[in-house]
Design a protein around this ligand. Structure first.
Ligand code: FES
Length: 102
């Protein structure tokens, strides 16, 4: 496993949303109420981008068909859809990243 740096901590703030693509990996970083979440950037329903999704009470609402996913677990509310992949945020010095398998 190796550390993959995604963003400088100084850039994070509540309301922060950013899609980051590195090689074949594309993730969405979300900060809300001081908590950082990192999830796959595209909705598991039909693959649409989630960056514009409404974030509320630890969940993200896909703007396309309004499926709701828990940002911490990735689980779809209602269980009708596959879960979002989630990544544990790793804070290393002044950088946010994730651990990935090579
Ligand atoms: S693409 Fe997200 S709910 Fe359909």
């Amino acid at each position: 496993m190796r550390f993959l740096a995604l963003e400088k901590l100084i850039n994070l703030h509540d309301g922060y949303r950013k899609t980051v693509k590195i090689d074949s990996l594309e993730v969405l970083i979300v900060q809300e109420a001081g908590e950082v979440f990192i999830v796959q950037s595209r909705c598991p329903h039909q693959g649409q981008h989630l960056e514009q999704g409404l974030v509320q009470e630890g969940s993200i609402h896909c703007p396309w068909h309004h499926f709701v996913f828990d940002l911490a677990t990735g689980v779809h509310q209602g269980g009708l859809c596959d879960a979002l992949a989630t990544y544990a945020p790793i804070f290393d010095g002044n950088v946010l990243g994730i651990m990935i398998n090579d």
